[in-house]
Design a protein around this ligand. Structure first.
Ligand code: IMP
Length: 181
């Protein structure tokens, strides 16, 4: 079965709920600064394939806020570590247009070939942080059609509608199609 290369245990726990056989390689790796998540994933897959001698997957995600011209987007990790959710809410002060989306790219290295699977979840930025579950921007993101933030949902609830859940169900299809044990 695939191994997820990450240092983010939350991601692994969400993903394992959809693909129980998934394993994890705990590792932090350098990410290039690029204009798209896809480019970051392409680079990381090539970089890691030189280190990891077996099939693996990675997850690169970002939060894209409409009225901030898609910021933090590819800078999501850095912005979370520096400004955090409070910083994002400050930037959103007075803004009535609060549409945003999360995007996940799952990068796959399988038998020497790279694949990418995408998952997107539309929603909006909350007025204040709510909830204690999940991680990262979960307390300030309300998915479309819901009242609760991701951080007010169980992992199962989040997975049903989330960017990562959608990409993971594609991965489950990939695993089945290629008969990966
Ligand atoms: P990366 O995919 O690890 O580069 O994540 C970029 C940033 O987005 C990090 O600060 C993560 O905490 C955050 N992030 C990634 N996925 C999610 C999610 O599903 N919910 C909330 N924040 C997330």
């Amino acid at each position: 079965m695939f191994k997820l290369v990450t240092h983010n245990r939350h991601k692994f726990e969400e993903m394992k709920k959809i693909l129980p056989e998934l394993e994890m390689i705990e590792m932090e790796y350098p990410e290039i600064q690029a204009n798209t998540l896809e480019e970051v994933v392409d680079f990381s897959l090539e970089y890691l394939s030189g280190i990891i001698g077996e099939n693996f997957i990675i997850d690169d995600s970002g939060l894209f806020i409409d009225s901030l011209n898609d910021f933090p987007g590819v800078y999501s990790a850095y912005v979370f570590d520096t400004l955090g959710n409070e910083g994002i809410l400050k930037l959103m002060e007075g803004k009535t247009h609060r549409d945003a989306y999360f995007k996940t790219i799952i990068g796959i290295r399988f038998e020497g070939i790279n694949y990418k699977l995408v998952g997107i979840c539309h929603g909006k930025i909350a007025e204040e942080p709510r909830g204690a579950n999940g991680f990262g921007y979960d307390p300030i993101f309300i998915p479309e059609g819901k009242e609760k933030t991701f951080a007010e949902m169980s992992t199962e609830e989040k997975n049903k509608i989330s960017h990562r859940g959608k990409a993971m169900r594609k991965l489950a299809g990939f695993v089945e199609r290629f008969g990966i044990q």
